[in-house]
Design a binder for this molecule. Structure first.
Ligand SMILES: Nc1ncnc2c1ncn2[C@@H]1O[C@H](COP(=O)(O)OP(=O)(O)OP(=O)(O)O)[C@@H](O)[C@H]1O
Length: 313
């Protein structure tokens, strides 16, 4: 891999499960050292994308390069450079946390210290507990520990903090920041938009298998969607105004009304912007579908839930 090559490069990636198209031609790069969030509603195609990049699933079309290799052909040496936290690992059994991590550490040429990793995921007091006796959230922490034990150059995190309590999430964020400081490239999917905003340099929003938006976290969405809103009460009536300079609006209000009742300045969060992007895309899809004449028989696209169970990659 060339020094200037991105860690991940995806070009017009498509994936079909039988007659169902899960990815319609997705294109993005992830630079080395970058933390990149892939966001989207349930069934959007995030796990499919990530699993193709991990080498777990074959793509139907397009190109993918991960650390300089085609993930469909990545060998053992390539796999050792990658860390994976799957959406659900099902890691359980009779071995203890420390035994499991020690075993995994043995698979890598330059692993992290087992005790360091146990501390980093906050499982010191469970190090000698068998996996089957851990709570769901604790088991998820083991998944994260297994993902980072090999000191990966590139870490895939598929909804890593699902089931974490708030303290464990903050702990996890610290771990990710320290991995980032070491230069690890991270691809993260999450439904916690605050998590994406806290950790990521850039994000892509994917809906129904299509890339809807991509960019640095603070530039996602339209200018209008990112503009702060000033809200206040005037003669008992709720008023609001979008303004890129909310201080000026507030100063005018104070000049006119004195201390305005119910005054607040709301800066749209990543979640607000994400919901706007996905909502607009879904409305556009629905309006196009309502203008497309269909034969009277059933659609050729089965529902997501029926497809997932019937077709495998
Ligand atoms: N093995 C499979 N066979 C058939 N369809 C599948 C398979 N795996 C995924 N799909 C379908 O592909 C679409 C994308 O699924 P995917 O798991 O990538 O979504 P996701 O964005 O990760 O969703 P979530 O946020 O719910 O995890 C969904 O409609 C899903 O039902």
């Amino acid at each position: 891999m060339n020094a200037i090559d991105p860690a991940v490069s995806v070009d017009k990636l498509t994936k079909s499960y039988g007659s169902f198209t899960a990815l319609t031609g997705v294109t993005f790069d992830i630079e080395r050292g970058e933390t990149f969030a892939l966001l989207g509603p349930n069934g959007a195609g995030k796990s499919t994308t990530i699993e193709i990049l991990e080498g777990y699933r074959d793509r139907s079309g397009g190109e993918a390069r991960v650390l300089g290799s085609d993930p469909q052909r990545g060998g053992l040496a390539w796999k050792a450079r990658i860390g994976i936290v799957l959406q659900s690992s099902g890691e359980s059994g009779n071995v203890t946390v420390r035994e499991q991590l020690t075993q995994f550490a043995g698979y890598y040429p330059n692993p992290r210290s087992v005790d360091e990793v146990i501390a980093a995921v906050g499982l010191e007091d469970k190090a000698n507990t068998r996996l089957k006796s851990l709570s769901g959230g604790q088991r998820r922490r083991v998944d994260v520990a297994l993902g980072v034990i090999g000191r990966p150059e590139l870490l895939f995190l598929d909804e890593p903090t699902t089931g974490f309590d708030p303290e464990a999430r903050r702990h996890f964020w610290e771990l990710i920041r320290s991995l980032k400081r070491e230069g690890t490239t991270i691809l993260l999917t999450t439904h916690y938009l605050d998590e994406a905003a806290q950790l990521s340099d850039r994000a892509a929003v994917i809906a129904a298998g299509t890339l809807v938006a991509i960019g640095p976290i603070d530039t996602l969405g339209s200018d209008e969607a990112r503009t702060p809103i000033v809200r206040w009460l005037e003669n008992g009536i709720a008023r609001e105004q979008r303004a890129s300079d909310p201080g000026r609006v507030v100063a005018e209000l104070v000049g006119r009304l004195g201390e305005p009742a119910g005054l607040e300045i709301v800066r749209p969060s990543l979640e607000d912007i994400y919901l706007g992007l996905v909502g607009a895309y879904e409305a556009d899809l629905a309006s196009r579908a309502s203008h497309t004449p269909r034969p009277p028989s059933a659609s050729s696209t089965p529902s997501a839930s029926s497809t997932k169970d019937q077709v495998s990659a």
